[in-house]
Design a binder for this molecule. Structure first.
Ligand code: ADP
Length: 289
């Protein structure tokens, strides 16, 4: 009898503990939701005044409100540069909060990869020219349609090319190359017999910059990770770009990997399934587990 009593007691205790754990979990989920909400609201509210700061400092720099002396021009340039840096951080945080909450939407539309890459190159050509880095597009007339969100893919390649230019010294080069290849077999056994051969688009972004040591290759895709995060770091940036790139590429059914060599620079390789190999795009980037 005593035994039965103690079993019942233990059961009751267990039930109580489970109830408390469930309560704590609900509370944690609620806090997480509030955190993401807060992040999204603050980022959004910061963006508007910052856009004014950037716009007005740019106009001042162009001499629209009168000629500036050398020192004034230098100060205005710093304000403008720091404003741009802050805006990039805010946009990155906004994207991160969308990714975490599973609310980054994807708008599928038939997408020609060569058009996306051409657009990326014309956007970043002035940045490369300013740094005296040669920016080359080699897509060999690749005509391949993707079931993709062109705006998000553009974001992916702007990020990769922007990094490539940033980590490449003056006189170097950045090459964007696109090819169509017969892809890996489908996951389902036998599917390859029924379906047409899977085709993938492979885009590589190769630079002649500082490269990425092998031990760092997996880590650079983590949010906020930078290879050299010391305060004397000479490159700006937020450490958010590649984590966002990876999530967007994976939501497209693709992969991104690094083939880098410190001696010759970094090579990022993005593989994306063509439209004929992929049924459709999810309407949102799925939240990470
Ligand atoms: P960041 O805003 O710092 O560029 P990313 O997430 O885009 O953030 O990149 C993370 C880190 O990966 C960078 O800080 C840099 O250390 C490394 N990295 C990314 N691209 C390159 C590249 N092309 N060459 C060398 N290092 C790179």
């Amino acid at each position: 009898k005593l035994h039965l009593y103690s079993v019942r007691e233990s059961y009751r205790e267990l039930e109580e503990k489970t109830r408390r754990l469930e309560q704590a979990l609900t509370r944690l989920k609620e806090l997480d939701r509030l955190k993401l909400n807060f992040l999204a609201t603050v980022s959004h509210e910061l963006r508007t005044p910052l856009t004014s700061i950037i716009g007005y400092s740019e106009m001042l720099g162009e001499g629209i409100a009168g000629e500036l002396n050398e020192e004034q021009a230098e100060f205005v340039k710093t304000i403008h540069g720091k404003g741009e840096q802050l805006l990039a951080l805010i946009m990155g945080l906004l994207d991160l909060s969308k990714l975490e909450s599973g609310t980054m939407s994807l708008r599928e539309s038939p997408t020609q990869i060569s058009r996306v890459l051409g657009d990326v190159v014309s956007t970043l050509a002035p940045v490369a020219r300013k740094k005296e880095v040669d920016l080359v597009l080699d897509d060999d007339g690749v005509a391949c349609e993707l079931a993709a969100d062109p705006e998000r893919l553009r974001q992916v390649f702007v990020n990769l090319v922007d990094n490539a230019v940033k980590f490449t010294p003056k006189g170097g080069s950045v090459t964007l190359r696109a090819r169509v290849v017969d892809g890996a077999d489908d996951d389902e056994p036998g599917a390859a017999l029924l379906a047409p051969v899977r085709r993938d688009v492979v885009v590589s972004v190769a630079d002649t910059g500082i490269g990425i040591p092998p031990v760092e290759r997996a880590k650079v895709f983590d949010a906020f990770y930078q290879v050299d995060s010391s305060s004397t770091r000479e490159y700006g940036g937020t450490g958010l770009g590649l984590s966002i790139v990876k999530r967007i590429v994976e939501a497209h059914g693709g992969t991104v990997r690094i083939e880098s060599n410190e001696a010759t620079g970094a090579v990022f390789v993005v593989t994306l399934p063509s439209a004929q190999s992929r049924r459709s795009l999810p309407s949102r980037v799925p939240a990470a587990l």
